[in-house]
Design a protein around this ligand. Sequence first.
Ligand code: AMP
Ligand code: GLY
Length: 425
Amino acid sequence: MRILVVGGGGREHALCWAISASPLCTKLFCAPGNAGIAQVAECIDVGAEDIPGQVALAQRLKIDFTVIAPDAPLVAGMADAFAAAGIKHFGPSRSAARLEGSKSFTKDLCKRYGIPTAAYERFDDVAKAEAYLKAQKTPIVIKADGLAAGKGVIIAETTDQAIAAARDMLSGNRFGASGSSIVIEEFMQGEEVSFFVLCDGEDVLPLVAAQDHKRAFDDDKGPNTGGMGAYSPVPIFNAALQKRTMDEIVLPTVRGMKELGAPFKGVFYVGLMVDQGKPRLVEYNCRFGDPETQPMMMRLKSDIVPALIACADGGLAHLDLRWSDQAALTVILATKGYPDAYKNGSEIRGLAEAAKVEGVEIFHAGTKADGPRILANGGRVLNVTAMAPTVEEARNRAYRAVDLIDWPEGFCRRDIAWRAVGRKS
Ligand code: AMP
Ligand code: GLY
């Protein structure tokens, strides 16, 4: 098969790395890709959100199967455009992608099907939101309804902060149309887990869980980012918790989406808050996680391509995937300044030496080749990923590789997987 992956970050590099190892893949393309992806796929400069451009590209390249990796094109209907062009693809339709694209859609689904999640109310009027907030306890969570590049959630410690955040979002200053409606919800205590489940609209295939690190600096300090590191497996996410999550959260969602006439075909990113062994839904995403996919692909021993195709064609119930029992861990190297302003174009050296560390793969998130030189081209730049029999050893390997990379303009967290180190599942 000729396969096209839409996107150009670390998640897409890990997916391309796994897909390129499949005997089913004769030729792999990625658009737009990056300098690391170019080692395993032919990269073509078409933007990930350019729906007509990606469809035309797939037609021109005679693509048999397209994997739409990022959220924005899915929420905007790229899967529907591929369907209309008769091209097989992985990724949910626009109406199924509302699970990520609209927080209130998901909260209403939870209410209808009794799915455990934080209590909430939806507002599009500032005065009503203010009156409600004055009657609530803090901390409290304010969310823009639509996509906001991972920045549309404010956890307010005081009522004044909460009111300011609600005003800011509803005035349209902060997230434009994505914030024209907001969800105000109860603050949930606990530990966050990202769990992934493939779905063909009818049947499901649970994958594995991972844990992300959203804050920029060590000890979970600093601003929220797209994710500074991840690891898998997650010690607290045992078989009992997985079963409970499937029964109470995922399976009712699959049924609900079918009943709404929007069967979900793709991967559920189930964002969970776990408190005393009880899972509650924080959010759904309609795509693989970034950076969670990087350690997950390291642990995957089976061919991923038949599983992705089954999401489109059906038959997922007859598939099984095998995973390594080892631990995999990803450290993100980001450009200094990220998640705020930063400069592109600094040179990164030492990648070849770093890649030689046992058990290490270096996925590129935001890089650009300039002849033989590799330049930083984004906030999150490299995903140094390592696998080993224990999470401690995986972490040692990853940081050994990080220390061989010569890039003074970059930074990373030094405490990835702190929740797992020294803990047994
Ligand atoms: P989201 O964009 O929904 O993933 O939210 C971003 C982050 O905000 C989540 O990963 C959580 O860390 C946090 N968060 C969101 N909703 C809640 C909640 N109800 N209680 C506690 N933390 C939350
Ligand atoms: N790791 C966070 C995300 O993919 O949204």
